[in-house]
Design a protein around this ligand. Sequence first.
Ligand code: LMR
Length: 327
Amino acid sequence: MRLLTAAVTTMALTFGATVATAAPVEIKFSHVVAENTPKGQMANKFAELVAERLPGQVEVKVFPSSQLFGDNKVLEAMLLGDVQMAAPSLSKFQKYTKSLQLFDLPFLFRDMAAVERFQSSAEGQEMLKALESKGLVGLGYLHNGMKQLSASTPLRVPADANGKKFRIMTSDVLHAQFEAVDAVPLKKPFSEVFTLLQTKAIDGQENTWSNIYSKKFFEVQPYITESNHGVLDYMVVTSAEFWSDLDADLRSEVKKALDEAIAYGNSIAAEKASSDKQAIIDSKRSEVVEITDAEREQWVAAMKPVWNQFADEIGADLIKAAEAANQ
Ligand code: LMR
């Protein structure tokens, strides 16, 4: 009996020691924006929820502001297993799929409510699978907001952008969009934008109120045209290998926490857009240029032909479904 007790104790100790020393599954979450943004807040909330619900089993480490990977490297790093999650903007997947270029088409979505309607539709949900053949899994969409045009001179009509250099994300649609107004687009990583603007290597860029505010672009851009000409949203992604290797129960808990964190990020995105815009106005560092409907129509007329250039790659039906979300 004593022998048996000793054996059981030894087993328990050994088992206990194994459990105690087993390292939690680590999820490195890399992103490029500041923490006080919808994406930054979403990632932090995700880490918090996982810490509360899966202590010792899964640990989420968030790396903001391109500290771990810039937006041009993060997906390659994910496929190599060096990072497990990220939420690049939908404009940064073109190397992996053409269909997501849809979201870059200028003046496609009237507002964020239309974006939300399309993303929740059957077509929008299907697009989360667009990266599967490349070994990536789309876990959900996350909002930032509508893009505005910032510049060193006021931009009221397309002719004002003539010959000006604009930083763009790595998207051929965005390239075509700026060429359509005879501007000069330059694909550059987000982490370089502030310096490019400060040193006047470029004249302008397009981004959301949240990114213009949190990365201080407004301090080096005297004019921001409220153009709402496009959308900047994200897809939260992981690698198929990491996701399928994760224990099924843990995977379902992690997904639940992520869904809640995304819902939280989405719930603060609209409020952030308007408070960050107000903070920029209050700073008096940058003037918000409001354009008339007639001026806006000129931008639409100049940029919308870009749709035709990409209709085959994206799919005409998908463009129609997205347009229908405006109703
Ligand atoms: C940009 O590169 O301008 C944005 O995609 C940054 C971001 O992640 O919001």
